[in-house]
Design a protein around this ligand. Structure first.
Ligand SMILES: C[S@@+](CC[C@H](N)C(=O)[O-])C[C@H]1O[C@@H](n2cnc3c(N)ncnc32)[C@H](O)[C@@H]1O
Length: 213
């Protein structure tokens, strides 16, 4: 990983996504049982798991981000600000495209602003499907390609410049199709064209719950 990816991008991410704090709380606080968070970055979601989560396994390829997430948990734990015990978190360096976990071993998975960035999103969705138990849920909040109009075209034009600056993030992913193609059924899906708290080019958002049958 480069100096930019390790030392600058993680802080830029916090600033860019500061407005969606409540959306993070809403997303992860309903995760139950053994939970997998894919690409947890610097751990912005981790403090918000509720006592319904028995174990939170986080996997993230950038080791500097994993270190930041571990430090965040340690600090919150010292201040007794975690809803679950520190030992119930298990963070590791690794890729969503090649999950080192057994089939049918998680109750819930969290996909938060990550399927924009995973190089092979189809493979990661198939892996997430494999490791979820039958009846297990993916709770997702993802920015996606706008459905039509000038914004959709601008996302295509700007993506080649944006992607290297944002460490691989794409403005024009069709994550709804990626989850469907992996076998998930949508239990709820809300598609928002202009999320008021996100920067315009990534303010097309889908959020909801998808299930493994
Ligand atoms: C926009 S950040 C979001 C981080 C975090 N999920 C959040 O909500 O703040 C995208 C994350 O995807 C991670 N990522 C990139 N490639 C990945 C892969 N192959 N598997 C899992 N995560 C990946 C990046 O390292 C980065 O932490």
């Amino acid at each position: 990983m480069s100096f930019y990816e390790d030392k600058i991008f993680p802080y830029a991410l916090d600033i860019a996504l500061a407005g969606i704090q409540q959306a993070r709380v809403d997303l992860v606080s309903s995760a139950k049982g053994r939970v997998l968070e894919i690409g947890m970055g610097n751990g912005a979601n981790l403090p918000h798991y509720s006592a319904e989560a028995d174990e939170v396994v986080g996997i993230e390829p950038c080791s500097a981000m994993v270190g930041m997430a571990e430090n965040k948990l340690d600090k919150l734990d010292k201040k007794s600000k975690l809803n679950i015990k520190r030992e119930q978190y298990n963070l590791q360096v690794g890729s969503g495209e090649d999950l080192p976990y057994e089939d049918n071993s998680f109750d819930s998975a969290i996909a938060c602003l990550v399927f924009c960035t995973i190089p092979n999103a189809e493979k990661a969705a198939a892996e997430m499907y494999r490791v979820l138990k039958p009846g297990g849920s993916v709770l997702f909040l993802e920015h996606v390609h706008a459905k039509s109009g000038v914004k959709r075209r601008m996302q295509n034009w700007i993506n080649p410049i944006w992607k290297p600056l944002a460490c691989g993030c794409n403005l024009n992913r069709d994550t709804k199709a990626v989850f469907s193609n992996a076998g998930f059924d949508y239990e709820t899906i809300e598609e928002i064209n202009h999320h008021p708290r996100m920067l315009p080019l990534f303010s097309s958002v889908m959020r909801g719950v998808a299930k493994k049958a």
